[in-house]
Design a protein around this ligand. Sequence first.
Ligand code: NAD
Ligand code: UD1
Length: 341
Amino acid sequence: MANILVTGGLGYIGSHTVVELIQHNHTVIIIDNLSNSELKVLSGIQEITGVLPQFEQIDICDKKAVLQCFSSHAPIDAVIHFAAYKAVGESVQKPLEYYANNVYGLLVLLEAMRETNTSNLVFSSSCTVYGQPLELPVTEQAPLQKATSPYGNTKQMCEDIIQDYIASGVSFKASLLRYFNPIGAHPSACIGELPKGVPNNLVPFITQTAAGIRNELQVFGNDYNTPDGSAIRDYIYVVDLAKAHVAAMNRLLNTDSAHMCDICNLGTGTGVSVLEMITAFEQATGVRVPYRISPRRAGDIEQVWASTDYANTLLHWKAQTPLADVMRSAWKWEKKIRGIK
Ligand code: NAD
Ligand code: UD1
């Protein structure tokens, strides 16, 4: 079994992936600076798996500390790199912080990997690199569009950096995973998303409204060119997403070639509108979500969903969890963190 370094492993997607890695008998070393997570996530992981993963509170931009971590846990077979800032709106207000953390953080990691001859990397990218695609479902071959935020720009830059590094002829393999909209929580409710302040994303806003923390949900726009007028996204269960990382990593470890770069969409292949999401939550939980229609949110695209053919073939992976189960997991998690029976 492999020795896997997971950066940002206490975050939302990272923690679910760590659980899957441990359940597949891999040894996990987590690096996180706790800028958007809490130490108690470690106990959540232990509660699910029975294993307390090794943890180092390190900033990914601190090269000395990162190198020290690689050496003390050598040999590292693969790195899964989640650590980054992820709030689109905040990135517009704090572009320098986003470029520094997301782009410089990757450069430090790649240098540390080069210096320690570590050659397998799974990288968290985003469907934001496609902007509003001309054709749906969007395939990995679709042209990328100019990013509409510094956050989106950092994902495009990071993809370029990794591809340029591989093109230089080094012995290095990478998997660039373009996530669509991750939602839900582990069915145990031991881990889940911990949004700080007022959530920007749809599902945490739905669950907080259902819990009575918010008065009502605003549906941003009902005048899109979609069947019910609200915007459409491809919402993927975080546990299904986590499983795809194990598949992507195994592919890197089991492929003999010295250089390779997979680029893969991770979605369900189905688009769901905002109004359909509200109905799905209400039907799955029996809890009502008060909402009103508001103007479109600046920067939002109309509709996007993934072509999943490539992921299905390459990774032998498919998102399988029904939306109703995902909504129930999100609600169970919200109730747990709010102490609601
Ligand atoms: P998250 O904020 O929950 O997790 C990121 C983790 O990285 C946090 O625990 C944070 O403390 C840590 N971190 C941030 N900067 C760090 C640094 N300099 N050094 C060490 N640790 C650091 O985010 P998430 O939702 O789990 O996202 C994980 C990755 O997936 C990110 O790269 C994000 O951009 C990408 N992504 C997320 C989504 C989404 O909707 N959640 C969609 C597409 C892509
Ligand atoms: C955005 C980013 C994506 C990022 C993700 C996670 C873009 C184009 N996409 O996705 O890169 O990875 O956030 O941070 O910037 N909505 C409401 N009311 C709400 C909240 C959301 O109607 O209170 C609607 C939005 O208008 C959108 C849908 O719900 O149509 C999903 O929104 P959200 O969860 O924020 O994700 P994205 O904007 O798709």
